[in-house]
Design a protein around this ligand. Sequence first.
Ligand code: BDP
Length: 716
Amino acid sequence: MQLNKFVFLLSWLLMLSLKAMPETGEHLWLRYATLPQDIQSEYVSFSKVYFLDDGDTEKVALEELSLAFKGLIGVDVRLQNKPAKSKLLMGKKLHQIVNIPGLEEALRKCGDDGFAIQSVDFKGTKKIVVSANTDAGILYGTFALIRLMQTGQTLDSVNIVEQPKYEFRLLNHWDNLDGTVERGYAGRSIWWNREASFEALKQQYLTYARANASIGINGAVLNNVNADPKVLSGDYIRQFARIADVLRPYHIKVYMSVNFSSPAILGRLPDSDPLKEEVQQWWNNKVKEIYDAIPDFGGFLVKANSEGQPGPQDFGRSHADGANMLARALEPYGGIVMWRAFVYSPSGDDRAKQAYKEFVPLDGRFHKNVIVQVKNGPVDFQPREPFSPLFGALKNTSLMVEFQITQEYLGFSDHLAFLAPLQKECLDSDTFVDGGGSTVARVTDGSLFQQEHSAIAGVANIGRDTNWTGHHFAQANWYAFGRLAWNHALKAEDIAREWIEMTFTNNPQFVDPVLNIMMRSREAVVNYMTPLGLHHLMGWNHHYGPEPWTEIEGARPDWLPRYYHKASETGIGFDRSQSGSNAVEQYAEPLRSMFNNPQTCPENLLLWFHHLPWDYRMSSGTTLWDDLCYHYYKGVDEVKLMQAMWDRLRGMIDQERFEHVQRKLKIQAREARWWRDACLLYFQTFSKMPIPYELERPEHDLEELMKLKFDMTNHN
Ligand code: BDP
């Protein structure tokens, strides 16, 4: 064995013994656990730091740097009063006080939030420079430098110049004021109805702020989109204000979800018609009250005329009328309105077409501080959907994409599903609205249509659980969302790798197999839940396990799985082609024709767009039925493989997290079989075809599965 390999292994063995300490996951990817000796040595000299600025944001950046040096390499940061004495120079526009070749030019590419990290030669000595145009840039640059150290990168010839792709990078908390979280699987709300004093909660909020700042998140909507009007009362405004005070140094603004009927419910006006002056005045006064308490308040998020929520249509007004009224109230203070396009009201037409039909006629009619917030797919956060056709169709409106980080339809916090591949799939989708290369990323980041604002939002998976997200691996989805919001061009693998290294260990014998597990996890879920473009096969109210059979008298048809899969003796799938609901028409050519024809439609979306006979021949030559079976069985096999790979990693990380993940994988493996059997056995009652002989027999009995009553209380 080569000597350096031997030294490397030895240092890992040493690390291993130190690392076997129990860990709870509470420090997320900011654990700053001691790095192996050989990685440490390069960084030691950089602890001599010259830090130019001393605003609140710089203070927290310096604190973070100190924590990182102490944890990663066991040294204190030694502040120097002269640049010449230091090895690490940090501060805004450093070129104005020290001659740093190329820095001024680099900072021109950084915009407001970006930063430059460069290694420069000062008369024969190497120094690292972290600079930016703003306080925020310094904060982000600091975290980026720390990440380089956490992931063991050499700083020898570093030259990084970054600027985020999106202006607003937000988490949406679906937290109710009573402390429950809608579709949250990691305990109750960290914000609302807490028993502990605010002082006691501060530590938790600071970790939240640090974690978000470390990935570039710059805003958080603190309450559920199904908003309680009470949130606009003086008492809640005060509560928002004190949270805003804690988050401010970390450059995170607070936003509020508001209920459109607030003027009537809270203000006791006769109604909330957006064209009435008294209603407008009510909002103007409310907004002033908010900004008096929170001078940098971010703005409102609104779910209107959707799933029973009130909205401007209640008064015969349009989404634009409603959004613009709020936008005008916020404009003098620099606030924004994020107006959701997730509209879903009873109608005879295909649910997947609704948002497009309501919003396309309004293109160009929204005020400039309105951003229309569109879910990634046309229906609802399914394990796989095509991208929403609104992307690209609204050319004169600021448009943002909303992803779900919380795993409402992907096994809650019980299943390991790394979601960066799902998000990348959407962001990289070509809409073709302005020729090839018109990706969803470019349609939303302002580079294609130069909209006024660019933004991206993720529905948070955070709760009071000690590890924040229920499943340790669900932390990766919070992390990955932030990294993609900063730079949608990053690769899912690269994001996963850095997360693993920071969260667990840099040991390649652990990192490589875990990366493998993560990268196959989302497709595994798609395969055992909803392959080939199927969707909504879950229990209609709890959204956890499979219930493709559900029938409820009097329920809205589009609540029920049968509306979506349409399985019958003649076949399966939702016909959205020209001979069906014609949802394909909402896509630009050549996608429209491609989706319209089952022969050219991507097979992973086949049953999203087509209803096909059970003996339809897939491109592989097998029948649709057999192919469906293969996908379900593959999903189960993949989880088995993930489990086996994880089991081999025992001893490489702390036992606590190892066993926790092991338990979760066991649940996932069991439930993958549950999904497979429930869906296949039920569909078989229509297909009347056998499960291919080479596959093992289902474990369950359909009648038994149909009798199962899912208990939500175990899962919240
Ligand atoms: C659905 C959720 C529901 C949300 C809704 C939304 O089931 O709880 O209120 O999305 O996004 O997926 O408004």
